[in-house]
Design a protein around this ligand. Structure first.
Ligand code: ADP
Length: 276
């Protein structure tokens, strides 16, 4: 089973013909609300890929919080360990123009109140986390998780050394990898290269690479999250490194073909036969 510890955000998107400059107002926007946050996206993906998944996080006492919980429940995620915080649900205010160029302001809200108090971890469960919750909490996970610990080091922030030493898997994109030289010493690192594919590095040495699966991209939002869920499930269920990379690439490719950050994936095994 898998526990995702991480962020839950309401994504509020205004699509306009062009992005406003500082001090400017642009009219004619189209508004949409959708579930997001790296933690919630990864939990939803993991559950849909077939892993027994629970999420540890926090939402605010508001309608966005209820909607985010409903989206996780619909994906099959166990939500009983998600706390109701006193601050508002985490929110990403997104502006997108006709070319898909965006500007995003994140208000962490309830995500700042995520806590591991009273949470028990068992040795046979994998834990997957990201850096949209406090680094102190990630350090606490490094101390307390007895089983497989995967850290998606996104957004790019310097990781506490104890986390780099303890993590069984660190997942980053090419940009994050370039920002975090400390990952050269990490035990196992997956680096994603968008439409080029992804690689696994052990102590800075590449041990496997897999080309991306060809896709017709609609939105790359959530592709990295789906990839993280798939790779963690693949590696912890015993797939060979290259096969796990290929399965995760196939899931990432499926994710870019839909607009939602929480797409309706099939079970992970269905992405495998296509590879053979
Ligand atoms: P992030 O979204 O975190 O920056 P990437 O863009 O590297 O991460 O995407 C994560 C993974 O999703 C890639 O390694 C790849 O497997 C898949 N992916 C992303 N973009 C594409 C694409 N255009 N075509 C096919 N697969 C893609």
């Amino acid at each position: 089973s898998l526990t995702v510890v991480g962020s839950i955000n309401a994504d509020i998107t205004a699509t306009t013909s062009r992005l406003p400059a500082a001090g400017e107002t642009v009219g004619g926007g189209r508004l949409s609300r959708s579930p997001g946050g790296k933690g919630a996206n990864q939990a939803a993906a993991a559950a849909r890929l077939g892993a027994r998944t629970r999420m540890i996080g926090a939402v605010g006492p508001d309608t966005d919080g209820q909607a985010m919980l409903q989206a996780l429940r619909a994906a099959g995620v166990r939500i009983d360990a998600i706390a109701e915080a006193t601050t508002e649900t985490g929110t990403a205010l997104i502006m997108v123009d006709a070319d898909g160029e965006n500007q995003i302001a994140v208000c962490e809200g309830a995500n700042a109140e995520v806590s591991l108090d009273g949470v028990e971890f068992s040795p046979d469960e994998a834990v997957l986390t990201q850096l949209e919750i406090s680094l102190d909490l990630i350090a606490e996970l490094a101390d307390r998780v007895p089983g497989f610990l995967a850290v998606n080091a996104a957004p790019a922030l310097p990781l506490p050394a104890e986390v780099v030493d303890r993590a069984d898997l660190i997942i980053v994109n090419e940009f994050e990898y370039s920002q975090l030289p400390q990952l050269k010493t990490a035990r196992l690192v997956a680096v994603t290269y968008g439409a080029k594919g992804s690689a696994l590095l052990r102590n800075g040495e590449q041990i496997a690479f897999a080309e991306a699966v060809r896709a017709n991209p609609v939105s790359t939002v959530g592709a990295g999250d789906a990839y993280c869920a798939a790779l963690t499930i693949g590696l912890t269920s015993g797939l060979e490194p290259e096969r796990a990379l290929r399965a995760a690439n196939a899931v990432g490719a499926a994710a870019v073909e839909v607009a939602s950050a929480q797409p309706e994936f099939d079970r992970l095994a269905t992405y495998l036969p296509a590879l053979d």
